[in-house]
Design a binder for this molecule. Structure first.
Ligand code: ADP
Ligand code: ZN
Length: 617
């Protein structure tokens, strides 16, 4: 076959985008990436979650001769991914250890016969001679290396099998490769390029901004109760993820949300794998499920309508925070990223880093990353600007869609209080934890204090102008800003750092964030964070139809249509198949299979409305 020229292939790519996916236009750099691969070049793609990475290799795999081989570590998701593609009329399959050998042989035969456009495989499969021999007999359209950051030891999901992927290029030098990831700081990127030998690949870095995500980060107490307030107010029927620090906390929070009446399922490494898979499956398949999880959950979770991601624990790095919150709102509709943390989180994360077995350089980098995360929590200006700056992008103006933008935090002159706090730490000998020091400041004459004669020092009982909670907030911020550190050899006793000196001597002043928990929620946030639905009954009816079609076809509902597509149906209310074809997300195959059913629900709904208006007029 002759090489297609650019215009032909780009027309063909657009046709496929419309007929298979039901989309009118490529987004961002998709068209360029697709073209690069069609032309046989390599690409390295950095796009946030939800940016639309998969189309970048799926369409070239359909256009180029042969089968596109997709390497993905997420075996549990392959079935769903393949189902979704088949539903759109794309010839895809997968090979992994969950299959019987006869099923696998069938897929292999189809590969050899060029009856497939895409085959998903796990990285370890490429290390077997058997599979390489199969590939040698197959016409390969391209290699797509998904979650490419797994090749980096500096990154957070390192997998040794990924290191072998470099050999692909040596064995199949003429097959174009595309490496994709949603999470990589500069250093991880460099490592991907180097490890995979992608030096001559075109690099596509898409903006990391996720404009539909509203960020709120706050410290305080009773975080579980605050979580409930948030979920109840903004996400009564929505799907979401709640991240916790430990398995124990996961179990407790899931249990608690369930008792409040929500479907909340735990997910952590301590559950047996069947239970985990089942919970993940329910999260994908049912509407409005909350998954309560440790960070083990989420990589590659392809659910477009996750409406909120909540953290009851402090992520260790901004990368982790951004990746986890990035699982919200992949459909582009408004979603919330909500984080609540406390003093103890700051102390335990710092200690974990200090105690880690890693070498000094690595520890220092952990430390810097954590400090950057804390900086984000404590800052009083636009969150998005800071987040994007962290990934090397600049946002010239404040975003207007984060907590600090819509309700600028109140600050107060904390110089005097900080001096009292620091000097009390000093006078009690830099051996005690936060609670003890606060007890001295507020004059609680308990036995230990009396025994230590700390009721006789100059900082005894000088702190009654602030509440205990305010003192805790102050101490946390003094820790975050590095005026104090907690000494692990001293069981978490607080110590002054060199930074404390100028403040104590009165050479510096300190302005701090007021505790957020005390402030009221503004109305604009509420409005913005709630999703607008023009006609709820119709939306519900379409959702119900979607659910029954999903069950019938044994796929998750979003494989049938995304929320966004249903909303567009509500807004447009098409009369016929031609009108239906205009809705985003309705491709030819889906139009054939589901178009009529959805049209009939819309028609019934319209008839009912007319009926009602006749009666009431
Ligand atoms: P990623 O793998 O980058 O997280 P996906 O490939 O799953 O993202 O795409 C995210 C969502 O965006 C999907 O719902 C997908 O259908 C949608 N999408 C991708 N490309 C386009 C496009 N060109 N137009 C409209 N929607 C798109
Ligand atoms: Zn902002």
């Amino acid at each position: 076959m002759a090489e297609p020229n650019d215009t032909d292939s780009s027309t063909r790519a657009l046709e496929l985008l419309k007929s298979r996916y039901g989309f009118d236009q490529f987004r961002f750099q998709q068209a360029h990436i697709v073209q690069t691969l069609i032309d046989g070049g390599d690409a390295m793609v950095l796009m946030p979650t939800g940016g639309g990475k998969s189309i970048c290799y799926q369409i070239p795999a359909m256009i180029r001769d042969g089968v596109g081989i997709v390497i993905s570590p997420l075996i549990a998701l392959m079935q769903d991914q393949v189902d979704a593609l088949n539903t759109m009329g794309i010839r895809a399959s997968y090979i992994n250890s969950s299959q019987s050998s006869s099923v696998r042989r069938e897929v292999e035969q189809k590969m050899l016969n060029a009856e497939l456009d895409l085959v998903y495989v796990a990285p370890e499969r490429l290390n077997t001679t058997e599979f390489i021999q199969l590939l040698e007999r197959t016409t390969i359209a391209l290699f797509a290396i998904d979650e490419a950051h797994c090749v980096s030891q500096w990154g957070h999901d390192f997998r040794s099998d990924y290191l072998q992927l470099r050999l692909l290029h040596e064995t199949f030098p003429r097959v174009p490769r595309i490496a994709l990831t949603a999470t990589a700081d500069k250093r991880t990127r460099e490592e991907i390029v180097q490890q995979l030998g992608l030096q001559s690949a075109r690099v596509f870095i898409h903006s990391f901004d996720r404009p539909n995500i509203f960020y709120r980060l706050s410290e305080g107490q009773n975080n579980r109760e605050r979580l409930w307030q948030f979920v109840q107010q903004h996400h009564a029927g929505d799907a979401g993820i709640v991240y916790c620090l430990s398995r124990k906390q996961v179990e407790a929070v899931a249990d608690w949300l369930s008792r409040k009446g929500r479907t909340a399922l735990p997910y952590h490494a301590g559950l047996d794998s069947t239970q985990r898979a089942l919970n993940q499956q329910r999260f994908l398949a049912e509407d409005g499920v909350i998954i309560v999880a440790t960070i083990a959950f989420g990589m590659g979770i392809d659910k477009p309508d996750v409406r909120f991601v909540a953290h009851l624990t402090l992520p260790k790095t901004i990368e982790a925070y951004y990746q986890e919150t990035g699982r919200a709102g992949r459909d582009g509709l408004t979603a919330n990223a909500w984080l609540a943390y406390g003093l103890q989180d700051v102390i335990s994360l710092r200690q974990m880093n200090q105690q880690s077995e890693a070498n000094e350089t690595f520890k220092r980098s952990l430390h810097q990353k954590l400090e950057a995360m804390l900086g984000l929590c404590e800052q009083i200006t636009c969150r998005r600007q800071t987040l994007l700056a962290y990934f090397g992008e600049s946002l010239p103006q404040a975003c207007g869609f984060c907590d600090n933008c819509i309700e600028p935090p109140h600050t107060w002159d904390a110089t005097e209080a900080a001096r009292k706090a620091l000097s009390c730490v000093y006078r009690t000998g830099q051996r005690f934890g936060v609670n003890y020091v606060i007890d001295v400041l507020t004059g609680k004459p308990h036995e230990r204090i009396l025994r230590n004669h700390h009721d006789a020092i100059s900082t005894w009982n000088i702190g009654n102008d602030l509440s205990v909670n305010q003192w805790r907030s102050l101490f946390r911020q003094l820790l975050v800003y590095g005026y104090l550190e907690s000494d692990i050899d001293q069981y978490g006793g607080l110590k002054l750092t060199p930074r404390a000196k100028p403040l104590l001597r009165g050479e510096e002043s300190l302005s701090l964030r007021e505790m957020t928990a005390a402030r009221k929620k503004s109305r604009s946030e509420k409005n913005k964070a709630n999703l607008e639905v023009v006609d709820q009954p119709l939306f519900d009816a379409l959702r119900a139809l979607r659910k029954s079609l999903a069950d019938e076809n044994s796929v998750p509902p979003f494989v049938i249509f995304h929320d966004k597509t249903l909303r567009e149906m509500v807004a447009e209310q098409p009369h016929d198949l031609a009108g239906m074809a205009q809705i985003n997300g309705v491709g030819e195959q889906k139009l054939d299979r589901f178009g009529a059913a959805f049209l009939s629900v819309i028609a019934t709904h319209r008839a009912e409305l007319e009926q009602q208006s006749l009666i009431s007029s």
